[in-house]
Design a protein around this ligand. Sequence first.
Ligand code: C5P
Length: 325
Amino acid sequence: MSGTEHTASAGAGVNDGAGVSRTERPVGGGVTVRVPAKVNVRLAVGAARPDGFHDLANVFLAVSLFDEVTVTPAATLTVTCEGPGADLVPLDRTNLAARAAELLAARHGISPDVHIHIAKDIPVAGGMAGGSADGAGALLACDTLWGLGSTRAELLDICAELGSDVPFSLVGGAALGTGRGELLTPLTVGGEFHWVFALADGGLSTPAVYGEFDRLTAGRAVPVPEASPALLEALRTGDATALAATLANDLQPAALALRPDLAGTLAAGLAAGALSALVSGSGPTTAFLVKDAGTAEAVAKALIESGTCRAARVAGSPVGGATLL
Ligand code: C5P
């Protein structure tokens, strides 16, 4: 299954000014890993912890929008990126793919001398874990290129160090993330769920959205986060109508406070026939659960025509995690 784009998104070809072409493609001898985006069907957020993170009950579902990360031996660690929004992707050591290569190499006492090329299709800064996907992809690709044979547990440990969503990008499927989202329990999904994602102009900063969550909940008792049995049962039985009734994102009021225009996108998707709508993760991408593939195409078209989003993508779920190509 693969995502379908409904508008021609602005694409690649941007030079970052540091002499690195974002469309430069690796040649031969490389290892490529494909990694999915995610949507949170339940993002329950607890109070801020002393370390600044929030305890979560985060139900992840991997969806069929993918980045491809290719690593090839090089004189030094470099990152290039092509695809929609590539000009927004950092190419320095802050890129999670670069950090993944550095962390893995450091653990094995070797140099992270690779060229990492990211073919990007996951919305950038969109609340769909695109950066996390690139981190997980680079980690698996480097482990393979360098012949390290790390265990799944060793890779997951590095993923958790890279970021809260990175472990899920590695494993895919469906999972409940607790702690700050990095402690995963796999979930059974009994059928295919169909989605439309409305892409917004610009991005939202995840720390800014959590900061707004803290501001909105200040002085109130924030309940211990949990995923409802009804939601887990809807996933287990593959029942889209039941899942639609339980979708919820505690970050949504914060994302809407920072981006009030997203309310119009949510309303447009619901008016077009989506079963349910919510902000994806920290946004600004909005997610629409629909009953079948045909409805997905119709809702995507209606969203574009509503003028409330930049583009709309159709995708299915669940899909597997980081996969060697
Ligand atoms: O883990 P990650 O680096 O992706 O998190 C980015 C930011 O999102 C954190 O610095 C924090 O501000 C916020 N965050 C949080 N609680 C979580 C996950 C992320 O507050 N469970």
